[in-house]
Design a protein around this ligand. Structure first.
Ligand code: ZN
Length: 164
């Protein structure tokens, strides 16, 4: 398992690339129609990580359909929050996340709530610790939508625990 100084916990672009590699190990796929024929939109006019499907013409990023969708909190802070929730042996409070991530308590509470809800919705109540035997546990948590509408469209990748 990486420490909290891993690039994806510090840099939003590294965090985005990390999530893309997890979600699309064989390259990006359209989250709307499933086509692999997508173009990465680059340049100053486009926000980081924006992709466009050449089939249905819809635009999307890796966060669409996940708990990170439409969040203004940098992705690296989301991953770090998730890491702390999973790594804390006795759990981590929103107050501690607030202090460690340099975000407001309200934001920290919101993030913890979303991540815990996604974990619970996916696998039922579980202890939030790294001793959990399920390899899929953390990935499922990350790629589960809080809204059930898009859950079935999301690939749940089973990965080694060390990737988080
Ligand atoms: Zn498409």
């Amino acid at each position: 398992m990486d420490d909290i100084l891993a690039p994806r916990f510090i840099d939003p672009v590294a965090a985005r690339k990390h999530l893309e590699a997890l979600r699309w190990p064989d390259g990006p796929e359209c989250v709307h129609c499933g086509s692999a024929d997508v173009t990465r939109l680059e340049g100053k006019k486009h926000r980081d990580g924006l992709l466009q499907c050449n089939h249905c013409r819809e635009q999307f990023t890796v966060t669409v359909g996940t708990v990170f969708e439409r969040s203004k909190i940098p992705l690296n802070k989301w991953l770090l929050c998730n890491h702390l929730l999973c790594a804390g042996k006795k759990g981590v409070s929103a107050h501690q996340i607030h202090r460690m991530l340099g975000i407001t308590y309200k934001t920290a509470w919101f993030m913890c709530h979303r991540l815990r809800e996604a974990m619970t919705a996916s696998l039922g109540p579980q202890p939030y610790c790294c001793d959990n035997p399920s390899n899929a546990f953390r990935t499922v948590a990350l790629f589960s939508s809080i809204a059930s509408i898009s859950r079935d469209r999301i690939a749940l990748h089973v990965v080694e625990p060390s990737v988080f």
